[in-house]
Design a protein around this ligand. Structure first.
Ligand SMILES: Cc1cc2nc3c(=O)[nH]c(=O)nc-3n(C[C@H](O)[C@H](O)[C@H](O)COP(=O)(O)OP(=O)(O)OC[C@H]3O[C@@H](n4cnc5c(N)ncnc54)[C@H](O)[C@@H]3O)c2cc1C
Length: 283
């Protein structure tokens, strides 16, 4: 059975009434899975007619992105351009123009692929996921959602409605190595958020994608960096910590020797993308 609700309320009612129904957003992941017989949902709820999920809104301290916002929409949106450089960089690198027109941020997050482009980016921006069902609304940070995935993951009767990103004056950068269809070993992502005052690092979030089951923050580097001069980020020390953290995350995998080295280049490129004294990250 196929449903096309036009409000979130209707979606929640349908999810409560039809157990194991699947939500269909842009369909770029889900329709492939159905075509390849990986899943065969009895009930499909197409949420592409729920206009309230397609909005990007400006609040005093935060920007709210509806889960049905596509990557093309992100790329063109003035609020995103003003506040979240890394998200623009992330959207630019998502698939082809056709994919960017269809693929939604909600689908990218909920599909929970290790190499999903938006997850490390949203995580580094301290994003919060708003998840709703007939039972109520819960908010969970993107970081906690993936850190405690078995508890926090979306339930069958829930819909991700929004992603909330706090506004800040920090600098952001993003870099992805490799394309989806290239060798899996060559896929890696780094996303950075930095707040710097008088060349001293006040806040930092550094996230890696495609070097573990889910994207994660590199807390060792974040802890060390706070209070240091920004030059520290360009030194050998974070590179060693980075190597170690990738080693720990994927030590059983064949790709580990390549990835623990290659991540250093991906990190430097993301740092360069932040735009703080471009020439330093060239070495
Ligand atoms: C050729 C090609 C290239 C691609 N390139 C990239 C790439 O470069 N980077 C990348 O990260 N991905 C890439 N993808 C993967 C895909 O496009 C993204 O993951 C996309 O963002 C998924 O969004 P969607 O709207 O199409 O989701 P769908 O396919 O509609 O849904 C995906 C899953 O999420 C669930 N879901 C969707 N929305 C919600 C919601 N609001 N609440 C709860 N559950 C929901 C669905 O039920 C389903 O399980 C590519 C795919 C293709 C086919």
């Amino acid at each position: 059975m196929f449903f096309q609700p036009t409000t979130v309320l209707e979606v929640k009612d349908l999810l409560a009434d039809y157990k194991n129904a699947k939500l269909l957003a842009g369909g770029t992941d889900l329709l492939l899975e159905i075509k390849r017989d990986k899943i065969n949902p009895k009930y499909l709820i197409d949420i592409s007619h729920v206009d309230s999920l397609k909005e990007i809104t400006d609040g005093e301290d935060e920007i709210t992105i509806g889960s049905m916002v596509t990557f093309s929409q992100l790329l063109e949106n003035p609020l995103i351009k003003t506040h979240f450089h890394s998200l623009i960089e992330c959207a630019k690198g998502m698939g082809s123009p056709q994919i960017r027109n269809m693929a939604t941020i909600g689908g990218n997050i909920i599909n929970a692929q290790a190499a999903a482009d938006s997850i490390p980016c949203i995580m580094s921006l301290d994003g919060v996921l708003v998840i709703e069902s007939q039972k109520g609304i819960r908010k969970v940070s993107c970081e906690s959602y993936f850190e405690y995935y078995s508890q926090e993951r979306i339930k069958d009767d829930e819909i991700l409605t929004k992603v909330i990103l706090p506004k800040s004056n920090g600098l952001t950068g993003f870099y992805k190595l490799g394309k989806r269809n290239s060798l899996a070993i060559a896929r890696m992502i780094t996303s950075i958020y930095l707040s710097v005052e008088n060349e001293i690092i006040k806040e930092i979030a550094l996230c890696l994608g495609a070097v573990g089951k889910f994207p994660f923050r590199v807390k060792e580097i974040e802890r060390e960096a706070i209070g240091k001069r920004i030059d520290w980020l360009y030194s050998e020390e974070p590179l060693n910590l980075l190597e170690n953290s990738v080693y720990e995350s994927i030590k059983e995998r064949k790709s580990m020797p390549f990835k623990k080295e290659a991540i250093k280049g991906v990190y430097k490129a993301a740092l360069k993308n932040v735009g703080w004294e471009d020439d330093r990250s060239d070495n």
